[in-house]
Design a protein around this ligand. Structure first.
Ligand SMILES: [Zn+2]
Length: 104
């Protein structure tokens, strides 16, 4: 294996490890990831979306924030992750009833 190739592999390893560490930290803080993640838009609308750290096809990623379509207000806006524990039962139901498209 050439040294250039080894270096590229090492960089890829560091990036993947970084995502893994960031995910573990976020989960420890009470955030969830996956196919039904509660998020809140800048206007306060609650909905669920697909949020997989390091893998997103349709959203501009800005760490725990991202710019995407809000299905409640029908606008493109800045959304942030919401801790599941911070939601009331009603809010959780509302968010679950409003899911954007199932494409990550
Ligand atoms: Zn909204």
């Amino acid at each position: 294996m050439s040294s250039q190739r080894k270096r590229r592999l090492a960089i890829a390893g560091v990036v993947i490890a970084g995502y893994a560490v960031a995910t573990v930290i976020a989960v420890r803080r009470g955030y969830t990831f996956g196919r039904n993640v509660p998020v809140r838009c800048r206007d306060g609308h609650l909905f669920t979306t697909v949020w997989i750290p390091g893998a997103s096809l349709k959203a501009l990623r800005l760490g725990p924030w991202r710019v995407q379509w809000c299905p409640v207000g029908r606008h493109v806006t800045l959304v942030t992750l919401v801790k599941d524990a911070d939601l009331t039962e009603d809010e959780r139901e509302f968010a679950a009833a409003h899911h954007d498209t199932p494409v990550p």
